[in-house]
Design a protein around this ligand. Sequence first.
Ligand code: SF4
Length: 348
Amino acid sequence: MKKIDCLSALELDDVIKSFNEQSFRSKQIYNWLYHNNVTSFDMMTNIPSSLREKLAKEYQFTYFEEVKRLTSSDGSIKFLFKLEDNQHIESVLLSDGNRISGCISTQIGCRMGCKFCATAAAVGFKRNLTVGEILNQVAVLRKSAEELFDEKLLNLVFMGMGEPLDNFENLKKALEILLDDNAFGFSHRKITVSTSGLIDGIKDFFAMETPVNLAVSINGPNQHIRQEIMPISYKYPLKDLINTLKNVEIDKRKRITLEYVLLGGINDSLSHAKEFCQLIKGVKAKVNLISFNGSPFSTFKTPSEENVLQFQEYLINNNITVFIRKKLGQDISGACGQLAAEYKGAGR
Ligand code: SF4
C-alpha cells in the first residue's frame, strides 16, 4: 500500500482532487502529517470521517518504531529505530550544552566504504530510506528535544548512516518538506547535508531551489592518501572534487564546510596540513577538524592532541577558518563514523 507520509504538498493536492474533495482539505492533512506528525488517520480530528476512510483504503503510515535509546554522559541521545522490513537505523540528538542538533540517517548502511567508518564496516549497504523514514526520524527527535530538553530542535545534520547524495531524490523531497513553513518549518541555514564527495550529487544539490548547507569530507591532503581512506576517490578524484567546489554557486552568506578526520600517523602531520591548505585555496570554505574517535571496526589510531593543535594552527596562520569539532555522544557510539545500528555488535 502507498504511504501517506511520503507525499509532498503538490502530490497531496492531486490525491485530494482525485477524491473530488475541496482543496483546503489537502492543506489540513499536510499540516497534520508534517506539523503535528500524527501517526494515524483517526488523529486528524478536523477531517470528515468519510475522507479519512477513503484515505485509509489507499494509504497507510510508514512503520517506524523506536526500540532503544542510549544517553551519553554529555547528554546526547542515540535512538535505534526498527523499520517495516525489520532493518534498523540510528539517529542522534546531539547536545553540546548550548544547542541541540539532530543527526539524521538517509540509508540503511552505506556503499561508500570509507575505511574509518563503522557504518560501512558493520552494515555494508542494505537500501535507501524512504522520505517517510527520513522525516520520521526528525519528528521523533523534535518531540524528544521538547520533552527532554524543553527546547525546540532547530538544527539538523545529515551525517548519520548513509551517503545522503546517494539517495538524492528522497533527500530532496524530505528537505522540501522540512523547509516548508506549513510543514516542519526549518531554516535552510540550520540544515547541513554531509557528503563523501559525489560530484554529480553536489551539482544536483546546488541546483535545488533552496540548497541548505553542504559539508564535504575531504580527509586526505592528496589523491594518494584520500583514495586509501575513501575509495570513492577512485571514481571522483580529489582534483575534480575541489574544482567542482570552487565553481558551484553558493549563497553569499554561506560557506562549504570541509570535514577532515585526523587519523594518527596517516594524515595528521604538519606537511599534510601544508598540502591540505594548498589544496583548498580558492574554495569558499571553513574547515572542521575531527579527531578520529576509534572504532572496533578500524585499525586507525586517534591522533595526538599535539598534532591536532599543530594542524589547526597552521590553517589559522594561513587565514582559514577552522574549528575542532567536539566529540559528542562518543560513549554511546553516536559520534561521527560510529553509527552502525548495532549490527554485528557495533553498538553497546
Ligand atoms: S563515512 Fe559516511 S559516506 Fe563514508 S562510509 Fe561512512 S556513512 Fe558512508
